[in-house]
Design a protein around this ligand. Structure first.
Ligand SMILES: [Zn+2]
Length: 245
């Protein structure tokens, strides 16, 4: 949204303020390095195409002229420009970027990001109670990181970064295990699964479906929290034992 802010200031100055033309001309005609050049570069780098306030034709020329000297009219006009011209284009651009980024595979889960994030504003804990205990929010945090990366989140317990594989599963001894192993098939987390999620789902299902259920959109506050607690507990257990092994 930084580009929107830049664009916003840009057109606010270019289109509406009575003093804008002089400021704009001075900034534009100076050597590289002025705010004008910075704004121009930012918009170009973002490939963000948006008509100027004048080009958008949201108001006739006579109203634009009034707006140059009338603060109230200017404010109304700019708000309309922001909401009807800039914002829809900015959101559409964000959506396009999200769709491209969501093609990435979540290795181990046998899913692409788009399968657990159907849209960019889907947190999948929308049903969570804001009054949840701190420990529950912590579980949601672990769940969210695993969901986003499909990796071991070692950075959350003293490591420097997440890793794809552990040399050996500290719970069952299998070698070269990913976090999917820990959550889906490791015998060392089976009782944990049964206590957290046994009433809702089974591990004896296809991996793709299992992880889609575990990480897809919100399915209700109770199940959302239960699956977050399972993911957090299982992954933390494995990592904590791995550290002390
Ligand atoms: Zn294991």
């Amino acid at each position: 949204m930084a580009a929107v802010q830049v664009l916003w200031l840009w057109h606010k100055l270019a289109g509406c303020s009575a003093s804008a033309p002089r400021m704009l001309t001075v900034a534009r005609n100076m050597p590289d390095g002025t705010w004008w050049h910075a704004a121009k570069t930012t918009l170009a780098n973002h490939g963000f195409v948006c008509p100027s306030l004048i080009e958008s034709e949201i108001a006739p020329p006579e109203i634009l002229e009034v707006a140059r000297h009338d603060k109230a009219v200017r404010r109304t006009l700019l708000r309309r420009y922001k909401l009807t011209v800039v914002q829809p284009r900015a959101l559409a651009r964000d959506d396009r970027e999200f769709v491209m980024a969501a093609q990435k595979d979540l290795l181990g889960f046998q899913l692409a990001v788009q399968h657990v994030f159907p849209n960019r504003v889907c947190l999948a804990w929308e049903g969570a109670d804001v009054h949840l205990a701190t420990s529950d929010w912590e579980c949601l945090r672990w769940w969210a990181v695993v969901r986003t990366t499909a990796c071991w989140p070692c950075q959350m317990c003293g490591g420097t970064s997440s890793v794809d594989l552990l040399d050996e599963c500290p719970l069952c001894g299998e070698v070269q295990v990913d976090v999917a192993h820990c959550l889906h098939v490791c015998p060392g987390t089976e009782s944990l699964f049964n206590s957290c999620l046994g009433n809702f789902m089974s591990r004896q299902i296809d991996a793709q479906i299992f992880f889609a259920v575990l990480f897809h959109t919100s399915v209700g506050p109770t199940l959302d929290l239960a699956r977050a607690k399972y993911v957090a507990a299982a992954v933390r257990l494995a990592l904590s034992l791995g550290e002390t092994a």
